[in-house]
Design a protein around this ligand. Structure first.
Ligand code: MLC
Length: 414
């Protein structure tokens, strides 16, 4: 394997995550409070304090949006007023945590920061279903798109139908994506989905769009998560081991329209920005899919996971549905044969936490869980149920809007 060149290394050194759907007092489930808790957890995990931070990136919430979210958070926690602090709000929807990770790297490489936190938190489960839908519907809505409510599930459903018509994917393959994620989630102690669901259960659940049932939607939840990125100089100064955590070795971002065209055809293939983002990331790191041991792929709806396995090179274009279905059946058979000894991650090293479909999805937070699971895998802390043997490199993908923003990062244990 050729050596990887790193101009100046930026390491992801710690992560923090609140429980999903915490239910003690109303104040505890505000997005800002969840962000603060997650930030403190990440700092505690690194043995550092707020005074060590000179960069902060935050992703806005839906339940309690603030003007300049990152400045709001920095002021709340007492990081501001303060000298030489870089504070920046990133809004690329669900891609936000991965965009934030790449932005933190740029802050460290080119802007003089040496310890940067990336934070996201939301409390959309704390909203009534009606209020959530009102706000969610406004995000990707436009009269030209002619998307009925629920707008986001309907947008992805339109793409799923396009994929069925043009690439021959089946309704069962879509459902298999959700069933597969539920198996993965059932092996993670913090996931909301505790029990694997079957394709039949998914297909017979209430449909919210023509080919999308409620069990094929990102699972609405409350939660907060944070990442800490540091320069090698910072680690040296603090006496922290140089090989702490993982290195950010590549990244790529690409954009598509905020809402899908009314009728999708081959001419609109450019709207699937994930392929381009993954290509740019692989190019920067001079790596390909075979070099990756864990994939944290955005899966807000089955079609997103199916397009993602194609985009990152796990399956050829148009074959993502068949690939996911085959893996699902392979895993079902394996678990039937050997419930204790068979490990799903050995045949499908993807979303070992269960993704948005089954782990939980606090609006723009869930790409954080892809990164946090990648961090656990690469630092050998995923536990016997989920650990991928000798995991050295990971790809994480975040998707905002309806394939409107794609951000991909490559992480490595170096
Ligand atoms: C929902 N339920 C699930 C589930 N989704 N259970 C298991 N797995 C899933 N994936 C359960 C809930 O726990 C709940 O049960 C019940 O189904 C109803 O869910 P609800 O959300 O409370 O219902 P409702 O208000 O009727 O709304 C249904 C819905 C909504 C499908 C319209 O859930 C929805 O819009 N979901 C998608 C959210 C979304 O669009 N996120 C962004 C994705 S795009 P119980 O027992 O708990 O009451 C993206 C990019 C970006 O990620 O930028 O944001």
């Amino acid at each position: 394997m050729p050596p990887i060149r790193i101009p100046r290394s930026v390491r992801l050194i710690a992560t923090g995550m609140t429980p999903l759907n915490p239910r003690s007092t109303a104040a505890k489930v505000s997005p800002s409070n969840l962000m603060q808790q997650a930030l403190r957890l990440a700092l505690d995990n690194a043995g550092l304090g707020l005074r060590d931070l000179n960069g902060l990136i935050a992703v806005p919430s839906l339940a309690d949006t603030h003007f300049m979210e990152a400045h709001y958070l920095a002021t709340q926690v007492g990081m501001l007023p303060g000298k030489s602090k870089i504070v920046r709000t990133v809004d690329t929807g669900g891609a936000g945590p991965v965009t934030g990770l790449l932005e933190a790297k740029r802050m460290i490489m080119y802007e003089g920061a040496d310890l940067v936190a990336v934070v996201a938190g939301d409390a959309v489960k704390n909203l009534t279903g009606e209020e959530f839908l009102k706000r969610a519907d406004q995000t990707c809505n436009h009269p030209a798109a002619e998307l009925p409510s629920p707008v986001i599930p309907s947008g992805y459903d339109r793409i799923a139908q396009y994929q069925m018509k043009n690439f021959g994917i089946t309704r069962e393959q879509l459902a298999a994506s959700s069933a597969l994620m539920s198996i993965m989630a059932s092996r993670h102690p913090s996931a909301l989905t505790r029990k694997p669901r079957t394709i039949e259960e998914i297909l017979s659940a209430r449909h919210v769009a023509p080919v999308t049932s409620v069990l094929e939607c990102a699972r609405r939840a409350d939660g907060g998560a944070a990442l800490l990125l540091a320069s090698s100089n910072f680690l040296e100064r603090k006496g922290i081991a140089r090989d702490t955590g993982v290195v950010v070795i590549g990244g790529g971002e690409a954009s598509g329209p905020l809402f899908p065209p009314k009728s999708i055809d081959d001419m609109n293939e450019d709207m699937f920005s994930c392929e381009e983002a993954a290509g740019v990331a692989y190019e920067e790191a001079q790596l390909g899919p075979r070099d990756i041991d864990f994939f944290g792929l955005y899966d807000c709806f089955p079609i997103c996971l199916i397009r993602a396995v194609e985009a990152v090179g796990l399956a050829p274009k148009g074959h993502g549905g068949a690939y996911v279905e085959e893996k699902y059946h392979q895993i079902l058979d394996g678990l039937k044969r050997d419930p204790e000894g068979f490990h799903p991650q050995d045949v499908f090293p993807v979303n070992t936490h269960g993704g948005l479909l089954a782990f939980g999805a606090p609006w723009e937070v869930p790409a954080m869980y892809n990164i946090i699971e990648a961090f656990a895998q690469l630092t050998n802390r995923a536990g016997p149920e989920r650990q991928i043997r000798n995991a050295r490199r990971a790809l994480v993908y975040g998707n905002g809007g309806i394939f409107s923003a794609s951000a991909v990062a490559l992480l490595s244990r170096l």
